[in-house]
Design a protein around this ligand. Structure first.
Ligand code: IPD
Ligand code: CA
Ligand code: CA
Length: 274
């Protein structure tokens, strides 16, 4: 039993569940969406209220820690990148939320020098809380989970991807050979919440995931979940994933990882298709 980060884990679970109740309560009520970088990049008052709530509680309990929240638009508290930096996505899947599609999550991670060490992804609609602390395995509502070890080939895999909310980043999707993937896997989904999709890879409901141009708060919690569930996480070139400003990620049960990465590539093209 790994008791490291136990206090941080307890707090993250508590605030994620509370925040989730608020999100669940608001989804079918009138909510006004505003746009951020473009018409398809949505934000609501709920995103901001939930983030304020989570960030305040973290600051109250851990005043020395840095907190990076999506809606603060880069104005983080404390010095990010240090031994205790939180990454908070108060509502991952805002577009689903705005359209009344109940597939979204609260995502909270703690990173040590930009290596995520704790991840909590909470789905308020199914009351499922996915948790992991580095070295301590991954759980759903307290019970162990693992990535699907029964599938070792792409043709048997159920994959998932996502499309950047920021339209200016969408051309980067073509870094990846979608046609080749669709022709070679069992099938491909796009569910609209990167954090929850990673949690589903960690719990064996999906075999693999990739997306380009995500942000650190989209992936930090899910990364720990997948790795602690026995899966693999990398960038699209198979290198260790860095929490840089924009993140291109591939995650899988581990067994299909190499085949997935090869399949994402355009034949004979190892260059960046910016
Ligand atoms: C979005 C979701 C979505 C992904 C987008 C993200 P948000 O996050 O994770 O699945 O495809 O790229 O921006 O904006 O709903 O927090
Ligand atoms: Ca997000
Ligand atoms: Ca969000």
């Amino acid at each position: 039993m790994n008791n490291k980060y136990q206090e941080e884990l307890n707090l993250a679970v508590r605030v994620a569940v509370e925040a989730g109740k608020f999100i669940r309560d608001k989804i079918y009520r009138h909510k006004v969406a505003e746009t951020k970088s473009c018409l398809s990049d949505l934000v609501t008052e709920v995103d901001r209220q939930v983030e304020t709530y989570i960030v305040q509680l973290i600051q109250q309990h851990f005043p020395g820690h840095a907190v990076v929240g999506e809606e603060q638009q880069g104005n983080c508290t404390g010095e990010p990148g240090g031994a205790m930096t939180w990454y908070v996505d108060p509502l991952d899947g805002t577009t689903n939320f705005v359209f009344g599609l109940p597939f979204c999550a609260v995502s909270i991670a703690l990173a040590n020098h930009d290596v995520p060490v704790l991840g909590v992804v909470h789905d308020p609609f199914r009351e499922e809380t996915f948790t992991a602390v580095r070295g301590g395995g991954a759980q759903i509502n307290g019970s162990p989970i693992s990535a699907d070890s029964s599938i070792a080939t792409l043709e048997r895999s159920l994959l998932v991807t996502g499309y950047p909310g920021n339209i200016a980043k969408r051309p980067r999707m073509h870094l990846v050979n979608y046609k080749q993937v669709i022709d070679r896997c069992n099938n491909l989904r796009a569910l609209g919440s990167a954090a929850l999709e990673l949690a589903y890879v960690a719990s064996g409901r999906l075999t693999g995931f990739w997306e380009v141009s995500l942000r650190p708060w989209d992936v930090a919690a899910g990364m720990v979940l997948v790795e602690e569930a026995g899966g693999a996480v990398s960038d699209l070139a198979g290198q260790p994933l860095q929490l840089t400003e924009y993140v291109d990620i591939a995650a899988s049960n581990g067994l299909i990882h190499k085949e997935l990465l090869e399949c994402l590539e355009w034949p004979g093209d190892r260059s960046n298709r910016e």
